[in-house]
Ligand binder design. Structure first.
Ligand code: GLA
Length: 384
């Protein structure tokens, strides 16, 4: 593959000042817990988005995306309104958000390339936002704490794109650790610990190829449900700030005080938080089988209680259960389509992918795409 620096140079006739990269992420366990201030076990993958960038005079920024033809522009004086279907919205949103924080910056030329599958549930948009922010912060000397950069990316989604997502995607893209899962606490917004990947096991991603567009899905509705359940519990337990503070007993005792649907949504979140903590302790004891079982339980809870699965995601998980080399599988990310993750014996992984794909084809008539994932480090930027 041609080096990004070279593409930059041949297009703009000068050298870039920085190279940055930010990975996609996998949500291993802890579904829809982040915006409830709960726990998630996640990982950064080696698929990433990279930028080569240099500062530029004037107010108009120029961009090349290696996957698309032509040059794109961003006018720094005309960014307030997102344009429908325009991928540069993710960058404009970040610039608007920085400006809102009183941060100064000028224009730039940039080339970008991404290997993160789009609209699958591997956070291609967080990788785009984060790689962009890391390049920009290097050329304009913008100094913010790492977790704050995750908030900038989240604000792009919340305010610019209209998706009320949590911090998981950008946070994992920034704080990922090679060969480890990261245990994230979304109340204190920190990594509590790095949990090494179980030796001999790999994560296989299987994409249903059913596109998940979270902005048009019920994602925001699910978040509303969680808040309604929280409010009902708070009337009895005023100390409760978010579902993170709720255990199963509290939830049960307030069951008749809330809408039956909101109860099921909250049950998913509360039990996911439990599963994350249990999962970490299983991994630390080397009990991979019990950890895998938690992945299946998580999927079941998504399917029945949170209702963010779909027949194709269910099919992949059902098939996984029939193949002994797989210890656990579940939908990963927002849901409503996108990907499943599978914890598979490393030696058998390739064979596993083939079996999964042919069974999926037989069951649904659709072609799944599988990726044997390597767990990589979080975002970085290198001045040139
Ligand atoms: C999407 C959101 C995240 C998180 C997951 C579900 O990926 O962007 O903030 O809520 O869904 O866990």
């Amino acid at each position: 593959m041609e080096k990004l620096e070279n593409i930059f140079e041949s297009h703009f006739g000068r050298k870039p000042a920085v190279l940055s990269r930010a990975p996609g992420r996998l949500e291993i366990l802890g579904n829809h817990t982040d915006y409830n201030e709960g726990y998630v076990l996640s990982a950064a993958v080696t698929q990433s988005t990279s930028f080569a960038m240099a500062p530029k005079a004037g107010r108009v920024c120029r961009l090349i995306d290696c996957a698309l033809s032509g040059e794109f522009t961003i006018d720094l004086d005309d960014m307030d309104t997102p344009r429908k279907g325009d991928w540069t919205n993710y960058l404009k949103g970040a610039l608007v958000e920085l400006r809102r924080r009183g941060i100064e910056f000028g224009a730039f030329d940039a080339v970008l390339r991404s290997t993160v599958p789009l609209s699958a549930g591997m956070s291609s948009s967080a990788a785009l936002e984060t790689a962009f922010c890391f390049a920009l912060k290097t050329i304009y000397g913008i100094d913010l704490p790492k977790a704050e950069w995750a908030r900038v990316g989240q604000a792009v989604e919340n305010k610019y794109m209209g998706l009320q997502s949590g911090l998981l995607d950008q946070f994992s893209s920034i704080f990922g650790k090679k060969d480890a899962l990261i245990l994230c606490d979304f109340r204190s917004v920190e990594v509590l610990k790095n949990v090494p990947m179980p030796p001999g096991y790999s994560i296989v991603v299987a994409n249903t190829m059913v596109k998940h567009n979270l902005v048009e899905s019920d994602y925001n509705l699910r978040r509303k449900s969680c808040e309604k359940a929280r409010d009902a519990i708070r009337r009895v337990h005023p100390e409760v700030r978010m579902l993170r503070d709720v255990n199963r007993e509290m939830l049960e005792s307030c069951r008749d005080k809330m809408d039956a649907l909101d109860y099921r949504r909250a049950l998913h979140v509360v039990t996911e938080d439990e599963r994350v903590m249990q999962g970490v302790s299983f991994l630390e004891k080397g009990d991979i089988r019990s950890f895998g079982e938690l992945l299946f339980l998580s999927h079941e809870s998504s399917r029945c209680n949170f209702e963010n699965s779909c027949p194709e995601l269910d099919a992949l998980v059902e098939i996984a259960r029939t193949i002994p080399d797989c210890l656990g599988a579940r939908l990963s990310g927002g849901g409503f389509g996108g990907i499943t993750i599978h914890l598979v014996r490393h030696e058998a992984a390739e064979l596993y992918c083939n079996r999964l794909k042919s069974a999926y084809k037989a069951m649904t008539g659709k072609e799944a795409q599988t990726i044997l994932c390597d767990i990589g480090d979080g975002a970085s930027a290198q001045p040139l």
